[in-house]
Design a binder for this molecule. Sequence first.
Ligand code: ACO
Length: 402
Amino acid sequence: VIDIRKLYAKGDVFTYDPGFTSTASCESAITYIDGEKGELLYRGYPIDQLAEKSHFLEVCYLLIYGELPSAAQMEDFENRVTRHTMLHEQMTNFYRGFRRDAHPMAVVCGVVGAMSAFYHDSTDIFDDWQREVATIRLIAKMPTICAWAFKYHVGQPFVYPRNDLNYAENFLHMCFSVPCEEYKVQPALARAMDRIFTLHADHEQNASTSTVRLAGSSQANPFACIAAGVACLWGPAHGGANQAALEMLREIGTVDQIPEYIARAKDKNDPFRLMGFGHRVYKNYDPRAKVMQESAKEVLELLGVENNPTLQVAQELERIALTDQYFIDKKLYPNVDFYSGIILDAVGFPTSMFTPIFALARTAGWISQWKEMIADPSQKIGRPRQLYTGAPERDYVEVENR
Ligand code: ACO
């Protein structure tokens, strides 16, 4: 590893690294990825162990504070999160300003950004207490924000949080209960949702997290920074891939259509890519995809739809791609988004809600990374350099002479 800052200070070197494929922008003690081994650790703990034995709020605690909590610490954290699940009542007016047919991700992006207008008592980034309250507020309110974006989208009244339910149960309640009928949350489905949250909670310096850090480096308030992360996550090459992957699997429709799509993915003249395949860092299997595949099977079995055609297409597509020389040579494997959409679809979410759910979960990582950055005395405002390729200096020409 070369610390480029020292060389740069001497004026010796200038790096050009589009997409930051080999540039570290920070030091971080939160998440470790070994792309060759297909390993992902949160604060040293393997993701598969956390997905099996822990739960999302404990994972939030771990990411934010660095260690697993004692029972008393967990209880205190859960209480604090639970007390903050409500949204400021005036925010309902803010929702109503959006068009009904707006994508829920657009609404989530706007509402998260607007939090600094409603909770300006937690926007001072230099105040320890305010930073802590902002952290709790974001973790606590994201399920409500996303559930209400969904409710608004489908034209149903907002459902208020229930504090006797756990984090994932409460989210399902706010999404699927209606005034005339309370949604009966199945614990196994809530557990599957919780696992999705855990698997998406952090992933070191991905595009959206880097965006949060870059925004935060200018000392913007945490709500503005997380809104920037939400916006970045939306793209189909990042968080939007879960929506795109399910839509692609549905478009393929039946296993006999798969070869045509594989051929398209390999065709250099066709911009089509297999969505949910490939990863910048994982050049072996994405460890989250393994857990997600198991979870998808469990959920479909539980719901009695194990012969789900989308799952069949997904499994067959994976099987064919993993034995195809193109995918082997380019080290393209299913990523976390390949199977998550199947679970979310089975639970009852439209594809437009997939990326907001990702944002809900990733908020844990974003806010942990933001806090780490603020506490790091070596951090400066993020200011990438460029290679200028434009015109050389020239004189202004009056319009009549152009
Ligand atoms: N299908 C077909 N070919 C692919 C795919 C794919 N999904 N992904 C990469 N390739 C090919 C590219 O065409 C390229 O080929 P070339 O070397 O002949 O030009 C090569 O593999 C490398 O691709 P890059 O785009 O340079 O790889 P990069 O690391 O920049 O991109 C990315 C990673 C964006 C994830 C990419 O694999 C992709 O677009 N995948 C589909 C979208 C997706 O699933 N995104 C979710 C990412 S995970 C997440 O955000 C949670």
